[in-house]
Every structure is written in C-alpha cells, then in structure tokens.
Design a protein around this ligand. Structure first.
Ligand SMILES: Cc1cc2nc3c(=O)[nH]c(=O)nc-3n(C[C@H](O)[C@H](O)[C@H](O)COP(=O)(O)OP(=O)(O)OC[C@H]3O[C@@H](n4cnc5c(N)ncnc54)[C@H](O)[C@@H]3O)c2cc1C
Length: 386
C-alpha cells in the first residue's frame, strides 16, 4: 500500500505533445460549427490514452485511476477539451467491475483497439433531474429481450458512440419498495438501435459538447446486455461515481492551470501606463489567489486518488475534489478574462471558449449543491435536506 500517488510525468509529456497538434485554431473552428473533435479523439484512441484503465488481459494498459487523471488533466492544461471523450474513462468502471466475463471479452478488447466507442452514459431524464431514483424510462423483460420505452436528456456524445450505458427501471416502483431498487444497467448497442426504436436529437448548448436527448420507443435490447444483476443498477452507477468525480476534478485542475498560465503570461507582458499590468497588486493578487485555490484543489484530487487506489470508497474526498477543482477552474477562468481586459472576450485568445467550457463543471456531472448536501449529511451528520 502506497502513501503517495504516481504522477506519471512521462504520460503527461506524451499527452502534451499529442495535444500540441490540436491548437486553439482547431478548437475554435469546431466551436463555430458545433462539430465533434473527431481527429483529436482518433489521435487519443490510436495512442491508447483512452484505454489506460482497461486491464492488459483485454488489450489496455492496465493502469490505475491516477494515470487516467494525468491524461485528462494534461489535455485540459493544453487547452483541449476532454469532454469529447472523457466518459470512456469513467463508464469503463461499470463494465469492468460489474460486467460478466463474456461481456468483458466481447467489448473491452474492441474498445481498447479503438474499434468500438463507449462514450455515452444515459442516466439523466427531463422530469427527474438529479433525483435519479425517480427516473421513468422502463425496460420490460419479454423473453430474451428488454423492451425499452422512455427518454433521456443530456446524453452526451450519443451520436459519436457505439455503445451506451443505460440506467432504466426494470421493476415498477410500488409502495413500500426502496426508491433505488428495481433499476438496472443495460449496455445498448446504438449501431443496431438507431432507427429501430432509438432516436437521438442533438441539443445546442453554450459550449460545443455534442450533447443530445434520446428517445426509446419499444427498443429491443438483448437480455444478455444486462450488466450485473437485474434491479441492482443504482448501486452499480453509484459505485462508478467516485471515479467520475475524481477524473472531472483532474480535468478542472488542468483547466485552472491553463487559465493561470495565460493570465500570468499576459500580466507580465501587457504594458499599460508605462509598466506591466502584472506589477499592480490589483492584477497580481487575484491571479495568486486563484493559484493557491488551484493547488489546494489539486492536493484534494491527489488525496482522493490515494484513497481510491488504496481500495477505499472515498465519497467525501471525491466530492470535495470535484467541487474545489470546479470552483478553482472557474475562479481562474474569471481572473483570466479580467486580466486580459477586452481581449479576454476575443475568440482568438481561446479564453472565452474555455470559460464557457469550464462553467459546466459547476453543474455536471453533479451540481455543487448536491455535493454540499452530501458533505452536510454524510460527513457532518446534519439532517438530510431533501
Ligand atoms: C452539457 C451537459 C452534459 C451532460 N452530460 C450528461 C451525460 O452524458 N449523461 C447524463 O446522464 N447526464 C448528463 N448531464 C446531466 C447532468 O448530470 C445534470 O444536468 C446535473 O446532474 C443536474 O441535473 P439537472 O440538470 O436535472 O438539474 P436539477 O436536478 O433540475 O437541479 C437544478 C438546480 O437545482 C439544484 N437542486 C436540485 N435539488 C436540490 C436539492 N435537493 N438541494 C439543493 N439544490 C438542489 C441543483 O443543484 C441545480 O443547481 C449533462 C448536463 C449537461 C448540461
């Protein structure tokens, strides 16, 4: 058991080199057209960076979560946007931990080889929102199939993924039943499903995120695509959430570093009133403060990773890491815009684009209020507020 985490300098260096092939101009063009960064995702897949968590026996690198965190942090730090593909890292855990050997043999080597994409994760619904147990999408067993009816919203990357991990109700909610019981996870092969009961509609958003709403109309999913046991899906999804939060936190730390580098660099060079603007404390202090908050968040990410890799289930640290890192990234984004004055709003500086992109992590995959509720209830012993 180690008391520290590996920081993977060689992975960071290699990811940084790959990302340098995708400069701001690449992202600006995609942003204008709301287009998917296919070339970027292909390059990451070819280099094996999206399959670092897949065990070697199934064709991946078999590395721990801190390696995936290093990959994602470096992408963001380089000004790229991992939102196009990060889900492959965190949806993987559900298949790895709860999938059958046959499912793992069938899908993991194909994903590792880049022939199959597992990028879509269908949990959120329009009427239930954060209250996942209230979701309404039904998967009714009929012989050796599930028949799925319902709707998901914010299913990101559905148009650019072959597989979707879907959380649906397999047993209708009845009185006295635990709210989280009766939910199951299905692996939906969207290549067969589109046009046969599955409809995907893109949603245009503030940033280029390839997110969609998804409709199920008597979609037939083979029963062999059930992950784990029927009715235990909520637990399976929950068990992947700590990894997801830690990875998103690592991305936010990467964003914060990008903004801070930009802000400090500009503050050193921009001359107004005959001196560098960074000589003014009113300019340098906010950057220094944002740096301190980024470092504190980074340490919490490391602590969450350390506990996770030791085999713990660090709910509090994963949640705190996500909240602190999302806040640090947004603070750094704001400071970066302010430091740049009017130029912060100009597309060609990439700051306004990254500002929009990093804003998301105050809300998704879990909003700050829900993290605070978790800490209040589970760490501080306060009454549950909802
Ligand atoms: C671009 C984007 C991509 C996404 N990608 C995916 C995806 O791939 N798959 C997926 O399943 N989901 C995805 N989501 C959904 C995301 O996880 C949810 O938006 C998020 O969890 C919040 O849920 P909601 O939007 O339904 O907000 P709601 O649950 O309606 O909440 C609205 C607001 O009320 C607050 N609130 C709600 N209840 C409480 C309470 N009890 N106490 C205090 N405050 C409360 C929330 O904090 C929030 O600020 C994505 C969302 C976006 C915007």
């Amino acid at each position: 058991m180690s008391d520290t985490i590996e920081t993977y300098p060689e992975i960071r260096e290699a990811v940084g080199r790959l990302c340098a092939r995708f400069p701001g101009s690449y992202w600006r063009e995609l942003d204008r057209d709301m287009a998917y960064p296919q070339a970027f995702v292909d390059a990451l897949t070819e280099a094996g960076w999206l399959s670092v968590l897949i065990p070697e026996d199934y064709g991946g690198a078999g590395l721990p979560l801190s390696a995936a965190a290093a990959v994602l942090e470096e992408m963001q730090r380089a000004g790229c946007n991992g939102g196009a593909c990060h889900a492959q890292m965190y949806t993987m855990g559900t298949l790895l931990r709860h999938g059958s050997e046959a499912q793992k043999q069938r899908y993991l080597p194909e994903i590792a080889a880049g022939r199959l994409r597992l990028q879509a994760f269908g949990v959120t619904e329009p009427t239930s929102g954060t209250d996942t147990a209230a979701l309404k999408t039904m998967a009714r067993r009929e012989g050796d199939h599930f028949i799925v009816n319902g709707q998901k919203i914010w299913t990101s990357r559905a148009e650019h993924s072959d597989l979707m991990l879907l959380l649906a109700r397999t047993t209708p909610q009845t009185e006295g039943m635990k709210r989280t019981a009766g939910l199951s996870v299905l692996l939906v092969d969207m290549r067969e499903a589109r046009g046969n009961g599955l409809t995907i509609r893109p949603i245009r958003t503030m940033m280029n995120h390839a997110t969609t709403e998804v409709f199920f109309d008597n979609l037939r999913v083979p029963a062999e695509n059930l992950i784990g046991e029927e009715g235990r899906g909520f637990r399976y999804i929950l068990s992947g959430m700590n990894a997801e939060r830690i990875l998103i936190a690592a991305e936010c730390v990467g964003d914060a570093k990008w903004f801070l580098d930009k802000a400090a660099g500009y503050a050193r060079e921009r001359v107004v009133f005959g001196r560098a603007i960074g000589q003014n404390q009113g300019v340098q202090f906010p950057i220094a403060k944002a740096y301190a908050n980024m470092r504190a968040a980074e340490l919490m990410v490391h602590e969450a990773l350390r506990l996770y890799e030791r085999g713990d289930n660090p709910g509090a640290e994963a949640n705190m890491a996500k909240m602190l890192a999302a806040d640090a990234a947004f603070e750094a984004a704001n400071v970066c815009i302010q430091t740049h004055g009017g130029f912060g709003f100009a597309e060609e500086y990439d700051i306004e684009r990254k500002f929009r992109e990093t804003r998301l992590y105050q809300v998704a995959p879990i909003s700050t209020n829900l993290i605070l509720s978790y800490l209040a209830e589970h760490v501080l012993g306060l009454p549950r507020s909802y």
